[in-house]
Write a protein that binds this ligand. Structure first.
Ligand SMILES: [Fe+2]
Ligand SMILES: [Fe+2]
Length: 323
């Protein structure tokens, strides 16, 4: 018997993150536990359970050589694995606060997804020749400042809504808009940057992106449907989003992104022969881009994605526009 895999969870059929996050509308009822066990466990993850990539997507030897290219990926994976680990812990509160079976099942799967992302990012550090015994210390050293200044404040904000204030919908809005919405374009950029230089890292990023589309889409639907049924909730939602925007404005993520992109720039130059003709998007060679340009590109994607998700949720996008 063959298992029917939904288009959006098939490795070869799923859309890219931006396209999917802007155009795909999924509901928690649709994305229940059975959907996940079929479409993700037997679809997206087929042949990629252990490491997030297949044997045909290798880690080239040049990624294990000391230098800025490896340093850039070590920094990225360490920071992202901690962010995913912390997100997993916070999501336990979403499972606990779920108002019904569809939300409980969906957030249980999102919790597993984020724990899995943390795992494959960590395991790829081993494939970059970080010694296993040193892995926790390396992750801690590389990510400590980023965790304190970027990850903790936004996750604390989500926790306050969902756990302390008992506001499940507000918590979903914060997770979907402030956390996933802002981090997703960085994930898209990662996939496009590493595809050729490190096919394993490219595949790991692709797999995570397929999951993030689902998280963004279902989270948006939960907020949208709640607003349709309870228009009186809107002022509270706008208040929480406004506070989220103010919080995000004060977070120094740019410094960390640029530090990583500077390392990537130096590393990419050293390995320029491998990516001579590779285009980061149609008409733009990766080699011709600068750290600032890549940062600005991710920002632009964030705005485009937010505009389409906000339109779907029936919220004025100006509320999250960071000036
Ligand atoms: Fe994730
Ligand atoms: Fe996610």
């Amino acid at each position: 018997m063959t298992t029917e895999i939904p288009v959006e969870t098939g490795w070869d059929t799923a859309p890219g993150l931006l396209d999917g996050a802007m155009n795909l509308n999924l509901t928690p009822e649709q994305c229940d536990l059975a959907y996940w066990l079929r479409g993700v466990a037997q679809g997206t993850l087929l042949g990629r359970v252990e490491t997030g990539h297949s044997a045909a997507e290798p880690t080239p030897d040049h990624m294990r050589e000391p230098g800025p290219l490896r340093d850039a990926l070590v920094m990225e994976l360490a920071c992202r694995s901690v962010a995913e680990t912390e997100a997993t812990k916070v999501l336990a509160h979403y499972v606990a606060a779920a108002p019904g079976a569809p939300e409980l099942e969906f957030f249980a799967t999102q919790l597993i997804d984020e724990a899995r992302h943390a795992m494959v990012f960590r395991k790829h550090l081993l494939e970059l020749a970080v010694p296993e015994a040193e892995l926790p210390a390396v992750i801690e050293r590389v990510s400590a400042d980023y965790t304190r200044e970027v990850v903790d404040p936004i996750l604390d904000f989500a926790l306050r809504a969902v756990r302390d204030e008992g506001d499940f919908i507000g918590g979903v809005a914060v997770f979907t808009i402030v956390i996933e919405g802002v981090l997703a374009p960085a994930a898209e950029l990662s996939e496009r940057k590493w595809n050729v230089l490190d096919p394993a890292a490219g595949a790991i990023a692709r797999g995570a992106s397929i999951d993030e589309i689902r998280h963004l889409s279902v989270g948006s639907t939960i907020v949208r449907d709640h607003l349709l049924k309870h228009p009186e909730y809107r002022p509270r939602l706008m208040d929480i989003l406004e506070r989220g925007r103010k919080l995000w404005e004060g977070i120094p993520d740019r410094r960390y992104v640029l530090e990583r992109e500077e390392l990537f720039q130096a590393g990419m130059r050293q390995h320029a022969a491998l990516i001579q003709e590779y285009e980061v998007f149609p008409g733009r060679r990766l080699l011709d881009t600068t750290p600032e340009e890549r940062y600005a590109l991710a920002e632009r994607w964030t705005d485009q994605m937010a505009d389409s998700r906000f339109a779907y949720m029936g919220i004025d996008p100006a509320v999250m526009r960071i000036v």
